[in-house]
Design a protein. Sequence first.
Length: 91
Amino acid sequence: MTWSEEQYLDCLWSERRGYAWVMRHHGGLTHEEAEEAALGCYPYEPAGDPLRGLVFHDEAWHWAMRAIHGAAYVVDRPDLVDPSPAYRALG
């Protein structure tokens, strides 16, 4: 997919927000810690990067749950496979 800079930044901001939300509500991080974790998971990638936005193929909920519960969270915690209504409300 070819991203315009505006589309990329909108998606990047949205995924960072979702990731930070999960890290606060499910991971017990403070606001500052969650924001830092989101920046680490979703760094800005320059327009020429061939893998730019690859992390977007799974939503932030998934990446945050992997960080909190490990890669097997889908087996160990099937109750967390689907994002919560509160997370979905972030829009």
